[in-house]
Design a protein around this ligand. Structure first.
Ligand code: NAP
Length: 359
């Protein structure tokens, strides 16, 4: 595989730090530029981060010495790299404009931000589920007037555990409705217990915009490409409640699901065990070998024990049993800043590279 020079826009943030960590020793991608707000621009990465480094491993030495660029100086960043990862905390319309500016500078953008998730020619991809949505990229390039530049996005971290669990059941059993309660880690808000001490011994029953994302984004993932656009699916009906809980990393979801044709418990377990997708078939470097892991123990999955399964790229599931109101209920977990954010975006970039979209 060709080697790619990569930029991280929003490199000083929680997700940006994950990108910087994941790019250390990546076999295809090499960190060539870091960019953030004007507050950080001009400082070395180490100075700009100060005491904010929140990763378990030390800051990579090469990144520490890089000078942070101003993310709004698009040309300066774009000319140093083959594509960028983007994860910034800005207003939605500013993010839309920034990402389009990079794409128009012929610098593809692989984004963690929500701004373009519902732009109908921007693919939102979980590589195991809807890799074929990359087929809209040529139409997006026509709209933007680019040869190489485009935007591809990752879905929200809240749904990263339950959508992969439901997906392999859809074709044979037809998921008719789903109720989900998510229990989300504080790193999902870009925070640690040091920066958000109010979360110690607490639970906050509101995460702005999260329930809408949890209900609607799965329908885009399950949509189809028609006439150069992604047309969202109209079912299954999903209702969600999203709570913030005092866990550092790892979003848990309690899921209730009904089917058009109710499977046996064993049929569900067999589908989960057998499930793989293009990420595994193409042997992408960040792909988990086994995407869905089922735990028989009744007290699993647990965020602290299971979030790092397969380098934080797998989904853990447990407690599958029949329900009195729905057909079944179960619990699932995924690492929100790895599979749910930076790791998922790196996997998406690997898919795009393997399919020739980053050349
Ligand atoms: N955390 C998660 O688990 C997660 C999961 C999925 C998606 N996301 C999404 O990823 C994005 C970043 O989240 P985060 O948790 O990493 O946020 P964060 O920790 O608050 O980091 C925000 C980043 O944005 C940069 N930034 C702020 N204002 C800017 C400006 N005007 N111009 C350029 N850069 C600017 C910051 O740079 P400075 O340091 O210079 O201020 C920093 O690098 C958000 O859109 C979020 O919704 C997060």
């Amino acid at each position: 595989m060709k080697q790619f020079k990569v930029g991280v826009v929003g490199a000083t943030g929680m997700v940006g730090q994950r990108f910087v960590s994941l790019l250390e020793n990546h076999p295809w991608f090499h960190l060539a530029a870091v960019a953030a707000s004007p507050r950080s621009a001009g400082k070395t990465y180490k100075e700009a981060i100060g005491d904010r480094w929140a990763m378990p491993n030390p800051m990579p030495q090469q990144a520490a010495e890089m000078v942070v660029l101003d993310a709004s100086d698009v040309q300066s960043v774009a000319e140093k790299v083959d594509f960028v990862f983007c994860a910034v905390d800005m207003k939605k319309d500013e993010i839309k404009a920034l990402e389009e500016a990079y794409a128009k500078a012929e610098c593809p953008v692989v984004s963690n931000n929500s701004a373009h998730r519902f732009t109908d020619d921007v693919p939102m991809i979980v590589p195991e589920i809807n890799a074929h949505h990359i087929d809209v990229i040529p139409s997006q390039r026509t709209r933007l007037g680019t040869k190489k530049g485009f935007i591809a996005v990752k879905s929200n971290c809240s749904l990263q555990s339950y959508v992969p669990a439901l997906h392999p059941l859809m074709q044979d059993f037809g998921v008719s409705k789903c109720l989900v309660c998510t229990y989300q880690a504080i790193s999902g808000a870009g925070k640690t217990f040091e920066t958000w001490p109010e979360m110690v011994d607490n639970c906050i029953p509101f995460i702005g915009g999260e329930e809408e994302k949890s209900e609607k984004e799965p329908l885009k993932l399950w949509g189809e490409v028609k006439d150069g656009k992604i047309v969202c699916a109209t079912s299954p009906a999903i209702t969600a409640q999203c709570l913030r809980i005092p866990v550092s990393d790892g979003h848990t979801a309690a899921v209730f699901v009904s089917f058009d044709k109710k499977p046996t418990k064993q049929e569900i377990l067999d589908k989960w065990a057998a499930f793989s997708g293009p990420a595994q078939e193409l042997q992408l470097p960040s792909a988990p070998k086994q995407f869905l892991h089922y735990f028989e123990e009744e007290n699993r999955p647990q965020a602290k024990l299971d979030r790092n399964l397969e380098n934080g790229m797998a989904v853990s599931i447990g407690r599958l049993r029949e329900d009195t109101q729905y057909d079944y209920k179960f619990v699932c977990l995924s690492h929100n800043t790895l599979r749910g954010a930076a790791g998922g975006a790196v996997l998406l970039a690997e898919l795009l590279a393997a399919k020739g979209y980053l050349e």
